[in-house]
Design a protein around this ligand. Sequence first.
Ligand code: GDP
Ligand code: MG
Length: 682
Amino acid sequence: MADLQPADFRSIVLCGHATTGKTSLAEAILHVAKATQRLGRVDDGSSILDFEEQEKQRRITIDSAVAHAKWRGKEIQLIDAPGYPDFIGNVNAALRAVETAVLLVSAPAGLELHTRRAWQAADDAGKAKAIVINKVDAENAKFAETLEAVQGSFGRGCILLTMPDAVGPAFSKVISTLDPPAELSGDLAERVKAAHDELMETIVEADEGLMERYLEGEKIGDAELAPVVTRAIQQGSLVPVFATSAAREIGVAEMLDVIAAFFPSPAEAGPVKAMKPGTDEQVERAPTVEAPFGAQVFKVMSDPFVGKMTFFRVYSGRLASDEPLYLPRTGKRERSGGLFAVLGKEQQSVPAAVAGQIVCITKVDTPQVSDTICAENDAVVFAPIKFPTPMVSLAIQPQSRNDETRLSTGLSKLTDEDATFVTRRDPQTRELVVTGMSTLHLDVMLARLRSRFDVNVNTREPKIPYLETITATSEAKYRHKKQTGGRGQYGEVYLRLEPNQRGAGFEFLDEIVGAAIPNQFIPAVEKGVRETMELGVLAGYPVVDLKCAVFDGSYHTVDSSEQAFKTAAHNAFREAFAEARPCLLEPIVNIEITVPSKFMGDVTSDINGRRGRVQDVQQIGDLQVIKAQCPMADLLRYSTELRSMTGGEGSFTMEFSHYDLVPHSKVEQIVAAAQKAKEEAK
Ligand SMILES: Nc1nc2c(ncn2[C@@H]2O[C@H](COP(=O)(O)OP(=O)(O)O)[C@@H](O)[C@H]2O)c(=O)[nH]1
Ligand SMILES: [Mg+2]
């Protein structure tokens, strides 16, 4: 089999709001193009694209799935992406692998929020765009209104390439508006003619010479028109709109005709920017077979049978299946278990991959999403894929010893697969915390932890990493003395505590004069103090920002020991701390909330109610961006709450800012809760 050429590929990602029919359309494309024998359906779990267990159970797409089919001599590569914003990271990654984003809109539901978001993501990624109005066969389909909404939001460049003959259950075929048949009549003929004229005007705008001839009434031949149509799509001045019923496979072949004939190939999309590793020298990689090999990973998955699978898009050059892979991130060469073309959960071995191709390799452990794979003697690094910062956290705990032993392997495989799922051990609360995009996202990941790695965990809201400190100076002494049979224990310590500046940490001062405590025991005193500070005094949180001086004490020549001085220091510290007007510090975060203007009042007053302070509000289009500072403790469930407050239209990011005093009224609650937890632990 001869290699494919870059100009042969037409690569698309199907994205947009959930349940618009992306997976169904992908299945229909594969079936119509005879890549599959029967039409896979999401409703009965027979989709070859939603094949993962959680996807089948929940009937939603979570991971992007890859497939390919031949159509009119072209190699159509498609990625079926998830629609829920919880998995938007997978959309960002998939966009890297294609030339064109195909955004789905449901004719009954109209243009929905996450299709707009996907449009924005495709635009940011500089991709060509097309729109599919799907479910035109549905009883309550609204075609004209939906098209209107699409043009209203995305511009007049959105033009029908295929016109439905009817809307609703009578929908039986589509008519090409680029090359309309002569035999049409009546209302349909008029609508097709109007769309044809609009389409031609938009196309010729991309080429001045052609425009003049068109306006003079000349008929432009197909061969001359084709590259101009492609350029218009590539530039975004033309956004082809298609009418389909994925469920009934109507309009699918006609859409494939347009994709094969006019959608940009890698050759037309042009070179991809990269950097020389470790420098800021910019280079480009041309989409040709002759260029040095360069590819980027957009998906990794661990399969129980096949092992780790790494999916990448080749931007330049050629890679033979027996060649080693070089990863500039690790500086290492890897051997894979083979090179495969992907059809849902199936893989077919291929001898080589060329610029433009989407393939996967097996059995290489190191690659992560976003990694560059390239020629070792001419290495480059492609721009990292941007992911949103996950915001919703849970503390997890293995249920049994067996769960504990498998936990870290399971978590590390899952975090490798998903850049928006992170885990960390909180150094302060000592909890193992997982963070994701939403509760749904975390549910899915923990279900995978259970089913794939057989790890069961208990979850709870993560503890807020409070700190303890003091606000006044105090002194205390403690004498530790015990006489039990043989050698006794003796040590006496005088401590003085002083507040230190916020963030200045801990200072230990040795102010002993005249060997009241011999030098050799001073480190034990300091150790006793430090250990007590780590354990906390008030509510079990680490103590910070104070100076502690040891200024007097006494010892016994026989009975004094390091242990005795440590114990004395521990008790003296606790007493002095209690006298120094102790208080709690809480983390304050910077939060940036983006909402449509109509929610502005509700959202800001809600932030005030959470002890937050709004610092700045900016208007961007019909959105408001609110910047505020707020205690972290009051934002634990903010992701869910903002979503319900704004009907899913609000989003936010946050980052740690600083620690600040917890108000007195709240300190008591926190101390009481800490005591209760301590007793329960016993
Ligand atoms: N009537 C009708 N239903 C459809 C069509 N395409 C998909 N559906 C249904 O819409 C639901 C969501 O489809 P799915 O492909 O999972 O949407 P996705 O979330 O965008 O991938 C399923 O119940 C499909 O059977 C269509 O063209 N017509
Ligand atoms: Mg889907």
